[in-house]
Ligand binder design. Structure first.
Ligand SMILES: Nc1ncnc2c1ncn2[C@@H]1O[C@H](COP(=O)(O)OP(=O)(O)OP(=O)(O)O)[C@@H](O)[C@H]1O
Length: 232
């Protein structure tokens, strides 16, 4: 469970997040929507404690994590600007994460094989990052988050650079995580994908979160809510 309590965040004098309060329900998929620059990445980073200059508090699974080190945050963050090790293969990247999580080797290998298959990465398992396309690197990025067994998953633009087949593979993986009882918060401009997997839309506008049910909103409605300033 994620709870945001009275979060204010500014870069300089402009407040990006304004007195934000929101309590996420466990086991749902939330789609975070907003115009460019609305503050979606900022919000995800505040929740993950990658940004700490905010006022207010973040609770994960009922525990305040305001002062918890990023590496100990009980959540996964799939960033929109990942960094890879040039001298590690796809499989070695995943083994490294499992090792850091102290996952037993046999279990790690089994988990990695399943995830490589789900994200259509098996044939690239011995490739180094500099030999991979953008879409394949994005799937590796997603795999590096999903290999961790956390109940809270935050994703920033996970569908970027993916072709429709790969988008569908990621959607399936997200829905599988939901079935396992996980809570997901996914920031994306891909309204079609969000619409097919999300239980709740959260529209970030003027520093505030507005909650909507996806089946009640069309793309046109969303553009209207996001505001005349969409695309500024
Ligand atoms: N480190 C920073 N220093 C100063 N301003 C920043 C910094 N990071 C982000 N901003 C500004 O904060 C605002 C929110 O940025 P953020 O990246 O959170 O928006 P976003 O909703 O994720 O945008 P997009 O849809 O374009 O990815 C933007 O106006 C951006 O220019």
């Amino acid at each position: 469970m994620i709870e945001i309590k009275n979060i204010n965040m500014s870069y300089g004098s402009d407040y990006i997040l304004k007195s934000l309060n929101y309590k996420f329900k466990t086991g749902l998929i939330y789609g975070l929507i907003g115009k460019n620059g609305a503050g979606k990445t900022t919000l995800l980073k505040v929740i993950m404690r990658l940004i700490r200059e905010n006022q207010g508090s973040i609770f994960l699974d009922g525990k305040c994590v305001d002062n918890v080190d990023f590496f100990k945050i009980p959540a996964v963050f799939v960033s929109d600007s990942p960094i890879f090790y040039s001298d590690l293969t796809v499989r070695e990247h995943l083994l490294l994460v499992c090792n850091s999580q102290r996952v037993e080797k046999k279990e790690a290998i089994a988990r990695i094989d399943i995830l490589l298959d789900e994200l259509k990465l098996t044939k690239y398992k011995n490739n180094f990052p500099n030999t991979l396309s953008k879409g394949t690197l994005q799937r590796l990025n997603i795999a590096l988050g999903m290999i961790r067994n956390e109940s809270i998953i935050l994703m920033d633009e996970p569908f970027n650079a993916l072709d429709p087949v790969q988008v569908s593979a990621v959607e399936t993986l997200v829905l599988k995580s939901k079935k396992e009882g996980k809570t997901l918060l996914i920031s994306s401009h891909d309204i079609d994908s969000l619409g097919s997997i999300c239980d709740v839309y959260l529209i970030l506008r003027n520093g505030q979160l507005l909650e909507y049910m996806p089946n009640k909103l069309t793309k046109e409605n969303i553009a209207q809510i996001i505001g005349d300033s969409y695309g500024d």
